[in-house]
Structures are given as C-alpha cells and as structure tokens.
Design a protein around this ligand. Structure first.
Ligand SMILES: Nc1ncnc2c1ncn2[C@@H]1O[C@H](COP(=O)(O)OP(=O)(O)OP(=O)(O)O)[C@@H](O)[C@H]1O
Ligand SMILES: [Mg+2]
Length: 274
C-alpha cells in the first residue's frame, strides 16, 4: 500500500479561493508524477467538478446512502486526477447508522488504486462537517486574502482549531496577492497574532498571486494549470505543489484512504456555537 498524505484546504471566509487552489494543486501534484485524488467537501455552488469541467451523475451522497461504491462515483479529471464529487447533506454524518458507516468504510477500503495525495476542498467556515473533514486530514492549509474580513475569519478558524480541536500545526496559503513579498508579509502579520494569542507558530507554504488567467480559466471550466500553463498562477501552483511535497511524512499515512474515512467517522468534533 502506498503512503497517502491527506491535505485539507480550508478558510474562514467564503470565496477566497479554496476550490481554485484545491483543483490546481491537485493537477500540479499529478503533473509532478503523483497519484492524486480530489475530494470535494464543499457543499456550495462553486464546486470542484465545475472548476475542473467535469460532469457527474453521482456524488458522495450516493456512497453515504449505500447506492454506489466510491469507485462507482469517482471520475477522472485533468492530468488523470481522481475526483470525488461533493454531496449536500454530509453535515448529517453524525446521524448515520452503524450499517451506513460500515458501508462507507468498506467502500473506501475497496478503492484499490494507489494514491499519494488526497486533497480535501472543505467548505468555508467552521461547521461540524468542515471540522469532521479537517480532523481526518494530516495537514490543514488555510487560504487567506489580504482583506480585513478574510484575515479576521482566517484567525477565527485557526483559533477554533487550536483552542477547541487541539491543533498544533497549521499552514497558510495567501491568495490573490500582488506579489510573493506581499504574501509573506501577510503571513508574518497573522503569525504574530497566532504566536501572541494562541502560542501557534503558523506555517507558510507559498502565495498565489492575483492572476486574470484564473478568472478566464474559471469561465471555461478549466483549471488554470491546463488553460494557461505558462501563466504566473500556474507557476505559483507548481511552486505550492513543491512545498506540499516537502511536508514531512505523517503518522497513519500508510493507512490509505480507509484511514481518512475512519478518522472522519471516529472524530467527535467539539463544536461550540458562536
Ligand atoms: N489568485 C487568484 N487570482 C484571480 N482570481 C482568483 C484567484 N483565486 C481565486 N480567484 C477567483 O475567485 C473566485 C472565488 O474562488 P473559489 O471559488 O476558488 O473560492 P472558494 O474559497 O472555493 O469559494 P467558496 O467558499 O464559495 O467555496 C473565483 O471566481 C476564482 O476564479
Ligand atoms: Mg469552493
């Protein structure tokens, strides 16, 4: 069995670029020779299959209901990445019966294709579903834009993960910045607050610069990695993928996909209101 690294992409505020980053990071990792699966944990409209131009008939809700196995709903995307289409109603995970849970675990363990990376595109904010997904990931990357509301909300989700879910390790992906230096400064500012109030050393990955080609690609339902491989955005995603590849090996990585679903099901997130 291959070692699988599971990477969650999250944000406090919506619309900051999680799906764009998840989809293009997945493609960049695949282009670098990795076997990659993208799990769409986003229940909103701007979802991963749209970003990748994939049409699907079934989604993760059909796995939960037991109508389909994971292999039956997984589709192949650009650069041959595996895509698990998202489903609404995943927030009800906690209400599922024992038989359904066993069926889901079974379905994940039956997916035999070897994988190096599972990228989880989480929804914005800190709902029960988001925390359930993130707690099943080895690494969580927080997407932030250099705007007051995005920074405040990024700090908000970081604070919840650290103080309520006992996270000791999180990294930042500044998005939509004018240049790398601005992204590094944004990280420095947020890190100073995290150090002071949460005693957390916030990691830094790489910044994605603002690039019109991302919007143009989105209009064509393509990842910018495919639409404009020579663009500055595509270059940034390749650099981000290089950073992700240097993440140290994680405990439990040899458990494969089954590890992900078991952790998801065993986790009891302590979500507090407000
Ligand atoms: N670096 C960038 N440069 C230019 N446009 C970008 C960049 N990153 C994202 N965008 C655009 O910003 C919009 C929001 O991006 P995206 O859908 O990826 O955000 P999201 O965090 O997944 O949103 P949601 O919370 O609704 O799921 C899209 O139109 C996308 O094309
Ligand atoms: Mg999204």
């Amino acid at each position: 069995m291959s070692d699988l690294k599971i990477i969650g992409i999250a944000s406090g505020k919506g619309g900051v670029g999680k799906t764009t980053i998840s989809a293009n990071l997945a493609v960049a990792l695949a282009d670098a020779g990795n076997r990659v699966m993208l799990f769409d944990g986003d229940l909103g409209l701007a979802n991963a299959q749209l970003a990748l131009g994939i049409k699907v008939d079934y989604n993760f809700s059909h796995v939960i209901s037991g109508e389909k196995t994971l292999s039956e709903i997984v589709v192949r995307g650009p650069s041959d990445i595996y895509v698990v289409p998202g489903a609404s109603g995943i927030g009800k995970m906690a209400d599922l019966g024992e038989a359904e849970l066993q069926g889901m675990i079974q379905s994940f363990s039956e997916f035999k294709e070897p994988l190096d990376y599972l990228i989880v595109d989480a929804a914005a904010g800190i709902s029960l579903a988001v925390i359930t997904f993130l707690k099943a990931c080895h690494q969580t990357l927080i997407v932030v834009r250099d705007e007051p509301s995005s920074i405040a909300d990024a700090y908000g989700i970081i604070k919840v993960l650290v103080t309520e879910q006992n996270y000791t390790q999180l990294s930042l992906i500044p998005n939509g910045v004018p240049d790398q230096r601005s992204g590094e400064l944004l990280h420095r500012r947020l890190n100073a607050v995290c150090l002071k109030f949460l005693n957390l050393e916030l990691g830094y990955t790489y910044s994605i610069e603002s690039d019109e080609m991302i919007t143009e690609a989105a209009r064509k339902y393509l990842p910018v990695m495919k639409h404009a491989p020579g663009s500055s955005a595509a270059r940034d995603f390749r650099k981000l993928a290089k950073e992700v590849v240097t993440f140290p090996p994680q405990q439990g990585a040899s458990g494969g996909l089954q590890f992900f679903i078991e952790r998801m099901l065993n986790t009891q997130p302590e979500v507090q209101n407000g």
